[in-house]
Ligand binder design. Structure first.
Ligand SMILES: [Zn+2]
Length: 61
């Protein structure tokens, strides 16, 4: 039989009150993660592809 583990810290068993988390703290952490996720889509390694000017400066020639 398997004990369900907190989806946030993946360290402690789930408390039914805060399912699927072990505590209110982990539930809050997950919530803030979601809020941040509304600014940037998580899971995409696109940190570097944002504003990288890769064209050479024409005024230098
Ligand atoms: Zn937890």
């Amino acid at each position: 039989m398997s004990v369900k583990i907190c989806a946030m810290c993946e360290n402690k068993p789930i408390d039914p009150k805060f399912k699927p988390f072990c505590s209110k703290r982990c539930a809050d952490l997950d919530l803030s993660k979601w809020l941040k996720g509304s600014y940037a889509i998580p899971g995409l390694p696109s940190d570097q592809a944002d504003e990288v000017p890769d064209t050479p400066d024409p005024s230098d020639a």
